[in-house]
Design a protein around this ligand. Structure first.
Ligand SMILES: Nc1ncnc2c1ncn2[C@@H]1O[C@H](COP(=O)(O)OP(=O)(O)OP(=O)(O)O)[C@@H](O)[C@H]1O
Ligand SMILES: [Mg+2]
Length: 290
């Protein structure tokens, strides 16, 4: 397997409970790779293994060919991580959170100022982290993860609990970083996020990868209905099987200028996951939050 990040048959048990089972994939330079799965699927466990915070009980994971159980100081400087608990110092201001971390990691202080601006936190730089909104706290944690100028970024649910506008702010920042060649691995329950951002996703269920590929390709592969949903200008809705037999009717509607909309019936990622596992992705998150 080639790639910046290679995961080969990684398994993990916590006190006899197996939470990852023979997980394998690789991530190439400049790719945004999404790990999707319901609560308890093993996403955070895998991110901890890949960032060297936890040693797996089986298999191998490497970053630029280095085993994640023995990452060199140089390789650690090349990675940034935003974990699900954010890990901010609540009494420190936004600015102090970054300068404290910059001092620890020998990152340039001026980079902190640039990131406060880019992450929309300049006005709030003197506000203690505890008083920032959820979206601002997430952006501050992202700014901190970007402080050292990493080439590989790990994000564990970067937009969990954010409203769509706040989430879009984070997506834009990540898209900018990808443009510059950064490689990103993120975990999410959010299908809209996965479909908008990720070049490829792995669907994780009970510690196993049940599907892996580009979001659109996965949806096309699982298009069992293979149909076309037609809406005519008079409001009528029609269903046709997607194939040559549909052509005469489609042509007739086009010639008579009756066609308002046409959609193919491939499932969403959420439906693909449901088909494969019998379980929903997003409902699980609500259940876990209750
Ligand atoms: N330190 C730990 N000790 C024992 N079990 C753990 C530990 N951390 C996680 N687990 C268990 O491992 C399983 C996977 O947890 P993990 O946090 O990796 O899931 P996740 O996919 O990140 O879930 P979520 O979407 O809720 O964040 C869960 O059953 C969890 O209870
Ligand atoms: Mg998690």
């Amino acid at each position: 397997m080639s790639g910046i990040l290679c995961v080969e048959s990684v398994s993990h048990c916590y006190a006899g409970q197996t939470v990852l089972r023979e997980v394998s994939f690789s991530v190439g330079r400049g790719e945004i790779f999404g790990l999707l799965g319901p609560s308890g699927a093993g996403k955070t466990t895998l991110v901890k293994i890949l960032t060297g915070q936890l040693s797996q009980t089986g298999g191998t994971a490497t970053l630029w060919g280095e085993d994640t159980r023995r990452l060199s100081a140089q390789t650690r400087r090349e990675i940034g991580a935003m974990m699900d608990d954010l890990g901010l110092y609540d009494r420190f201001t936004a600015e102090e959170n970054l300068s404290f971390y910059a001092a620890l990691t020998r990152a340039q202080r001026s980079r902190g100022e640039e990131l406060l601006c880019r992450c929309g936190l300049w006005q709030a730089r003197k506000t203690p982290a505890a008083r920032l909104s959820k979206g601002m706290r997430n952006r501050l944690a992202l700014a901190r993860a970007l402080l050292g100028g990493p080439r590989l970024l790990f994000l564990d649910e970067p937009t969990a609990g954010l409203d769509p506008a706040a989430a879009r702010g984070i997506w834009r920042l990540l898209e900018e970083e990808r443009e510059k060649g950064m490689t990103i691995l993120l975990t999410t329950h959010n299908m809209v996020e996965a479909q908008r951002l990720c070049d490829r996703v792995a669907l994780l269920h009970e510690g196993r990868i049940v599907a892996l590929g580009a979001p659109e390709a996965l949806c096309r592969q699982h298009n069992r209905q293979n149909g076309l949903l037609i809406t005519l200008k008079d409001g009528q809705r029609q269903w046709l099987e997607n194939g040559p037999a549909a052509a005469p009717e489609l042509c007739r509607w086009l010639e008579r200028d009756q066609l308002a909309a046409i959609h193919s019936t491939e499932p969403t990622l959420e439906e693909v996951f449901l088909n494969l596992t019998g379980r929903r992705l997003e409902d699980e998150q609500c259940g876990a939050a209750l």
